[in-house]
Design a protein around this ligand. Structure first.
Ligand SMILES: Cc1cc2nc3c(=O)[nH]c(=O)nc-3n(C[C@H](O)[C@H](O)[C@H](O)COP(=O)(O)O)c2cc1C
Length: 388
């Protein structure tokens, strides 16, 4: 087997092993994909400051996210349809995260249900909730998360409607995949994936089928979203959700400092600076560019995390040095999962951990919780210089 040394190796292996419909679902952004691309390329504009002859012995990447101990400040982001990238994908990813000592966040749009993941993994996980019109469904979702002993709820606020991803429409994305001559021809070339899928019964949206009423076609992400998601969502509605969940609460999908302040006002414990991996508003600024103004506005009021575009430990280090307390990865672990199942998720975490640890050391730092902007060269005007 080829030697895997970086996240890009996993992506290539993933592309070869998983049906095109699901690869394309993960590896795309909305419309022109500008934001999707810039999420990653903007990290390259920031340079790390190398220091030498500084004692780098006894390093630590340990930290805390919302008061929970983590082996490094990297969480696995909620990713819909993970169980289509690899059989029982959510369980495998959650277990890899538990073994590594980092949080796993389960998506509302998962294939394995909340109960499935709780029964088959060894550590509490975080539950992501989309904001739907159906109050009963919402209350039940929070109750189910509580019964499953989830250690945080994550409300995603940037998806009341779906940013269009052209490839999903062209591929007829669904779970389970619709059998057309084209999709069958492609799936027949993905033998390992197919044999895995035959081993499991988990092929539908496990949190929705049997739990939500009035859903006519639960296999189709776009039709379900259009029917069920609440386009009238506002901060008052989010306050109602806050009342439905009395545990730690994270608000995900903040790109503007004004929205970050609103999130503080509803009593969230943390926010995730995120543009949904470039899958929603195409043309939005990258998360790493959005971070500094948000830190200025709320950095002393709330814990700030960041996702979107992270593909390496160097990216994690840059986000931490810009002020984020934690980072989340989406595609980076999905590549690993599609490539090699649970082992691949572990591999992705190992790669990022090693890169983070080594880069921190070469910047002359030993404690990940203490890295700051002093280890960076940030170009002038990186996060400002726009007309308001
Ligand atoms: C295939 C895919 C599905 C996603 N599904 C969800 C989801 O169900 N809920 C959610 O809050 N975010 C979802 N996201 C966004 C991720 O949680 C995260 O914000 C994003 O992946 C971060 O960008 P990155 O992939 O560049 O790391 C999804 C992202 C991807 C790539």
């Amino acid at each position: 087997m080829a030697v895997i040394t970086n996240i890009e190796d996993l992506r290539r292996m993933y592309q070869a092993r998983v049906p095109k419909m699901f690869y394309d679902y993960a590896e795309s952004g909305s419309w022109t994909e500008q934001t999707f691309r810039e999420n990653s390329s903007d990290f390259d504009e920031i340079y790390l400051r190398q220091r030498v002859a500084v004692d780098m012995d006894n390093r630590s990447t340990k930290s805390q996210l919302i008061g929970q101990d983590v082996s490094m400040p990297v969480a696995l982001a909620p990713v819909g349809l993970t169980g289509m990238q690899h059989f029982d994908g959510e369980i495998k990813a959650a277990q890899a995260a538990a073994d590594f000592g980092v949080p796993y966040c389960l998506s509302t749009m998962s294939i394995c249900s909340i109960e499935d993941v709780a029964e088959n993994t060894s550590a509490p996980f975080w539950m992501q909730v989309y904001t739907l019109k159906d109050d009963d469904f919402m209350q039940r979702l929070f109750d189910r998360a509580k019964d499953a002993k989830c250690s945080a709820a994550v409300i995603t606020v940037d998806l009341q409607l779906l940013g269009q991803r052209h490839k999903d429409l062209k591929n007829g994305l669904s779970a389970p995949p619709k059998l057309t001559p084209k999709s069958v021809a492609n799936m027949m070339t993905k033998v390992r994936w197919g044999l895995g899928m035959l081993q499991t019964k988990r092929r539908f949206f496990g949190n929705i089928v049997g739990h939500a009423s009035g859903v006519t076609d639960p296999s189709s992400l776009s039709s379900w979203t259009a029917q069920a998601f609440d386009q009238s969502l506002d901060w008052d509605r989010i306050r109602e959700f806050r009342k439905m969940w009395d545990g730690p609460l994270i608000i995900k999908g903040i790109i503007d400092p004004r929205d970050a302040l609103e999130a503080c006002n509803v009593g969230a414990d943390a926010i995730v600076v995120s543009n949904h991996g470039g899958r929603q508003l195409d043309g939005a600024i990258s998360s790493i560019k959005a971070l500094e103004p948000i830190m200025d506005a709320v950095g002393d009021k709330i814990e700030v995390h960041l996702d979107s575009g992270i593909r390496s430990g160097q990216d994690v280090l840059k986000a931490l040095a810009m002020g984020a307390k934690g980072t989340w990865i989406g595609r980076a672990y999905v590549y690993g999962l599609g490539a090699m199942g649970q082992e691949g998720v572990t591999k992705a975490l190992e790669i990022i951990h090693k890169e983070l640890d080594t880069s921190m050391a070469l910047c002359g730092r030993r404690d990940v919780t203490k890295v700051d902007r002093d280890i960076l060269y940030v170009p002038k005007g990186f996060s400002d210089g726009w007309d308001a």
